[in-house]
Design a protein. Structure first.
Length: 258
């Protein structure tokens, strides 16, 4: 953004910061900020990339793909290749995603990018109903490695999920457990999936307190009712004006309700 005037560059930067801050918890809000940045500086590659990720987070895959392609044309960088392929999946074109997985650009990706491309390719295989092929696609040195990298949890999770889809439940459970071990920041729901396979049900503590209060309710009401029965009946209050105005039959009550 060095080519922008100082004031404009600051405005664009503020919007990009908000995109990064909101994209996980409030994708729609992030998308709104990305559109503002795009109106201000559509010729800046970082803006096009941020707009692409905001659209992607909102499942606007056609728009995201267009923004990623624009950013790539501006920079010549191949880092966006895997997410572009995943956009093709989102658009219902898994064959195109598989074609991209075999393109020369993949060899230019760093290790993280290559793992991401493998995940996308496996997803495309599953989209086409090729579960066994998806499992084979995920089998790699990165999957077999005992070292924990930023992509490890997601790779193990995808492998476990594919095994489960293939009916290989024992193996799936083993790999969900491995995903839990490596998922330090909770990037997957592997622990929930593992618990589900083990038949474990979680009960919210707040719900338990609510149930306890509900269970005590009838007893409290019964005590209060008994106390009311033992108490002497109150003396009637006579109010001549009220008696004159009060309805003397059901019909009058219905008229008042109207």
């Amino acid at each position: 953004m060095q080519s922008l005037p100082k004031g404009l560059a600051e405005d664009v930067a503020k919007n990009l910061v908000m995109v990064a801050r909101l994209i996980d918890e409030d994708p729609e809000g992030a998308y709104g900020y990305s559109r503002v940045a795009l109106r201000l500086a559509s010729r800046v590659a970082a803006v096009r990339e941020a707009a692409g990720f905001a659209a992607y987070a909102n499942q606007k895959y056609s728009e995201a793909l267009a923004e990623f392609r624009a950013a790539r044309r501006m920079t010549g960088n191949v880092d966006l290749w895997p997410v572009m392929a995943d956009c093709e999946r989102g658009l219902g074109r898994p064959e195109k995603a598989m074609e991209m997985a075999g393109a020369p650009e993949v060899h230019k990706l760093d290790k993280a990018g290559q793992v991401e491309m493998r995940l996308v390719a496996a997803g495309a295989r599953r989209d086409m109903g090729q579960i066994d092929a998806a499992i084979v696609t995920l089998q790699s040195p990165e999957l077999a490695s005992n070292s924990v990298q930023p992509w490890t949890a997601r790779l193990r999770y995808a492998y476990a999920d594919a095994l489960l889809a293939a009916g290989r439940e024992d193996e799936a459970r083993e790999w969900f457990a491995k995903a839990v071990e490596s998922d330090k920041d909770g990037s997957t729901d592997a622990s929930d999936r593992l618990a589900e396979m083990d038949g474990v049900e979680f009960v919210d503590a707040l719900d338990e307190e609510t149930l306890d209060e509900s269970a005590d309710g009838p007893e409290i009401e019964a005590v209060e009712a008994a106390a009311t029965l033992d108490a002497p009946a109150p003396e009637p209050v006579v109010n001549d004006a009220a008696d004159r105005d009060a309805p003397d039959d059901k019909g009058d009550l219905d008229d008042l309700d109207d």
